[in-house]
Design a binder for this molecule. Structure first.
Ligand code: PTJ
Length: 256
């Protein structure tokens, strides 16, 4: 048991969730490694939702509200960490939920669907239906004709770069949630939210609720003002500042 007083309690609890998801066959083995990479970036960002992340979340909320067919793509890590938040967001944006896996097996996809249904989803696409394929070499190419295939906006948490590139190329708006600002996903998505999914999804929900009554012009203005490349540069600067701060504090504590 992890004591609540442990200074890294929240981070360790997330680890437990991922491990538990892996034991239940929801998270791919590679998902454990991907989580560790996420942890490292989260650490460097101070384990909080930064100002650039907040800006990206606002642009993403506006974009989701302007979309006609938004779809949330769910993989093993997303299901293990954030199933309820995915369902809540899908409801408020009137969007679909689709399972899309890199290490795809039908057995794991069905388990992920089950978790999402248990969390309140009425429909989960991408499994028991005739699927189409987009232009990607990996198993991530699957796309439901009722979901991602015909979506105008796709939310892709913890993604790999290939599919993001292909989705953007096909004219879709891609919103990424990825703690690595240098990943191909972050670099190629239309809007990149560099934040932990467990913080980003509830904040995205709140922002959608806040912007829901704005008119189309106001929403478009929010998107036009947002510059993804500049925002990612701001994230990298923050990592540099955190590094400087921790370097200074370790020198100070050593000299004490
Ligand atoms: O369930 P599957 O089969 O689809 O597989 C899922 C994984 C995550 C294994 C697969 O998509 C993969 O290999 O992803 P990558 O290429 O490792 O990329 C995952 C990205 O998510 C990395 O850039 C991590 O930094 C980031 N990441 C990890 N945990 C989190 C995260 N971003 C936000 N929140 C997290 N909790």
């Amino acid at each position: 048991m992890i004591p609540k007083t442990h200074p890294r309690y929240k981070s360790l609890m997330l680890r437990e969730k991922i491990i538990d998801g892996w034991k239940k066959g929801i998270v791919a083995t590679a998902g454990l490694i991907a989580h560790g990479r996420g942890e490292a970036f989260d650490y460097m960002l101070g384990e909080k939702t930064t100002l650039p992340a907040k800006k990206a979340i606002k642009a993403a909320a506006a974009s989701l509200l302007l979309s006609k067919n938004p779809v949330i793509s769910v993989n093993g890590n997303t299901a293990a960490l954030s199933a309820k938040d995915v369902v809540k967001l899908a409801e408020v944006i009137g969007g679909k939920i689709e399972v899309n896996l890199f290490h795809r097996t039908v057995k794991r996809a069905r388990k992920i669907k089950k978790i999402l249904m248990k969390a309140g989803a009425k429909e989960v696409l991408g499994i028991d239906e005739k699927l189409k394929h987009i232009d990607v070499d990996s198993n991530r190419s699957t796309a439901s004709p009722h979901g991602i295939y015909n979506a105008d906006t796709v939310l892709v948490p913890l993604e790999d770069g290939d599919r993001t590139e292909a989705l953007v190329k096909s004219g879709k708006t891609v919103i990424a949630i990825d703690l690595n600002p240098l990943s191909r996903t972050s670099q190629t998505a239309t809007i990149s939210i560099v934040d932990n999914i467990v913080r980003a999804l509830p904040k995205l929900y709140e922002e959608v609720v806040k912007l829901k009554n704005k008119n189309k012009e106001e929403l478009k203005e929010i998107i036009e003002k947002f510059d993804n490349k500049k925002n990612l540069e701001e994230v990298l600067k923050l990592i540099e500042i955190e590094r400087y701060k921790s370097h200074r504090s370790s020198r100070t504590s050593r000299s004490r």
